[in-house]
Design a protein. Structure first.
Length: 222
């Protein structure tokens, strides 16, 4: 977010120029006292403008501190209650590296984290893109009008090797979900119909490997 200065810098430059002209004696035709009065007025105006700009800058810095990182339009939602899966209904159209299930009226397409990312990484593997290409094609063919939620999950282990990169498992899962969201959009999925959600370790599975995953949820899929 760009924070605009409240006071125009051109006003300060104008005041400074007038002060310079006045001090150089260019206010011809004025008495000495009038020149002094005018010079005093211009100096006062310049100081007031400087104070206004200083306050504007302080306000800007305060706003920047409160908005340490600009929030992307499709920023991940963190710490939602993990949804409950109901029935398994594998759909082979999504490919061998996926499994699908039903969660109420939603269709969940699960892709293992190891398929998508190297350990501790948020960059999609080149080999994973073939899987996501297939998922994107099915979404475009069958579910073009549906909202898509990309959910990121991790295991429950605290971060160690990647502790310097990510503050928490939630942050890691958020960035992975956003990477998948961005890729789906690049393949034609409408950006205003897809968003990311980060669950971190909130919904672990039977093994750590199975817990590390991304779930592409097609809301209201029939």
């Amino acid at each position: 977010m760009r924070i605009r200065h409240i006071v125009s810098m051109s006003h300060l430059r104008r005041a400074a120029l007038l002060v310079t002209l006045a001090s150089a004696g260019t206010l011809a035709g004025c008495s000495s006292q009038e020149k002094q009065d005018e010079l005093g007025r211009l100096l006062s105006e310049r100081e007031q403008l400087r104070e206004d700009i200083s306050r504007a800058k302080m306000t800007g810095e305060s706003l920047r501190s409160s908005l340490a990182e600009p929030v992307p339009v499709n920023s991940p939602i963190i710490d939602e209650p993990p949804p409950v899966r109901t029935t398994v209904n594998n759909d082979p159209d999504f490919g061998d590296n996926t499994s699908t299930s039903r969660r109420g009226g939603d269709l969940v397409v699960e892709v293992a984290g190891d398929v998508l990312f190297d350990p501790g990484s948020i960059t999609l593997k080149s080999t994973s893109k073939r899987t996501l290409d297939r998922v994107a094609r099915v979404i475009l063919d069958r579910y073009r009008g549906n909202t898509i939620r990309v959910e990121g999950y991790t295991d429950t282990d605290p971060l160690k090797k990647t502790a310097g990169k990510y503050d928490s498992n939630e942050e890691l899962s958020a960035k992975r979900a956003l990477a998948v969201e961005k890729y789906l959009v690049s393949k034609g999925v409408a950006s205003d119909s897809v968003y990311a959600a980060a669950f971190g370790p909130a919904d672990p599975k039977g093994t750590k490997k199975a817990s590390r995953r991304v779930e592409i949820v097609i809301l209201g899929a029939r």
